[in-house]
Design a protein around this ligand. Sequence first.
Ligand SMILES: C[S@@+](CC[C@H](N)C(=O)[O-])C[C@H]1O[C@@H](n2cnc3c(N)ncnc32)[C@H](O)[C@@H]1O
Length: 401
Amino acid sequence: MNIESLCPEWSEEIKEGLARICVPKKNLYLREDGVYEPAWAPVFYNPVMSMNRDFTIIFIHELSRESKIKTASDLMAATGVRGIRMAVEVSSLNEIYMNDIDPMACLLISENVRRNNVSDKIRLYCEDVNILARSLKRGGIKIDFVDLDPYGSPAPYLDSILEVVKPRGFLSVTATDLAVLMGGYPRKALRRYGAYIYKTDFSREIGLRVLIRYIQTQAAEKDLVLKPLLSYYSDHYYKILFSIDKGADKSVDILRKEGFYRYCPKCHYKDTIFQEEFFNKDHMDLKCPICGSKMILIGPVWLGELYDKELTNRLIKDLESLWWLENKKKIEKILNTINEEIDISYYYKTEYIASILKKNVPKIDKVIKCLKEIGYKASRTHLDETGFKTDAPYKEILKCF
Ligand SMILES: C[S@@+](CC[C@H](N)C(=O)[O-])C[C@H]1O[C@@H](n2cnc3c(N)ncnc32)[C@H](O)[C@@H]1O
């Protein structure tokens, strides 16, 4: 039988990771500027997200060393590429739950499952994810590794998804609604994430921390404790890997690490206040200590750690054995930068500071060197090419410029 002939006529077979997948033909869905638009295709496939899927594979590989990860899921599966890659590339997995609400997607997933000879491991559904997750829960099914990859925001799916992830399991969440999370639509951000978000010079970190805090709050309501093990920004999306634990008291401990930013829109001074300090009158003083302008409050956000550095190191080592990953170099760069990133909840941008001082933009490495020479910690951040983190007071940073 000619295996090729079973790809629908608007699709073609490609290779991603170790899987062979029928995906929409790029040249049929081009925008006026000639760029492929995944959302126009009959079934969604975005080649740019192959690094996101590579990360899913590395996570499961590494986490299965110490925890028993036997089941995984991709309940918004589109072509099925992510779940099929789990089945083909992680031999320790026994069962992968896959699903999509779109019948066309389900047909394509079936063909792709057949094409990769993994039907013994795949449980395929064609349902609304919220209904499916609740019915899996009713059937007593809990999944070790849940990967949530929706269009835009994960918010509408968290309540049900958190019902199927196993305590002591893992949840990976992708979000692409960055215009909202990074302050482009403050009213929408308030409705969707219950947070006050405005545009700043460190918006990529704000969006990530608002999202983490929002997911943790949804989980705490179910006495679940979600700790970020790794989170990153790339190509206009966030991806966060959480470990899941259960316990009412522990979930309160997590919520205690919530807080707010105080930010001066004029000179970009910023600092943080934990939720518990918030009602202390002194912290409500919103006069900028540098330029005297009125500061704004941004949040609530997660003020705890974004990364487990020990895991990051292990992931870097794992990359050596995962020879087939296409995005190895880019992943390595992100992980190495994360590894060196100091644990401060915000960053500064060289061009913003240079602009308020009316100076030329200095090289970021020179600024970091200067800060270290005067006795402070300083590093780049993976969140922004021209961003740096430091524990130096703002006045000292300005001196370095
Ligand atoms: C961003 S795509 C998923 C991409 C895929 N995970 C990948 O790695 O290529 C989102 C998918 O979710 C599906 N979807 C949207 N709403 C859904 C719902 N309520 N329940 C289940 N699937 C849904 C869409 O049909 C679409 O295929």
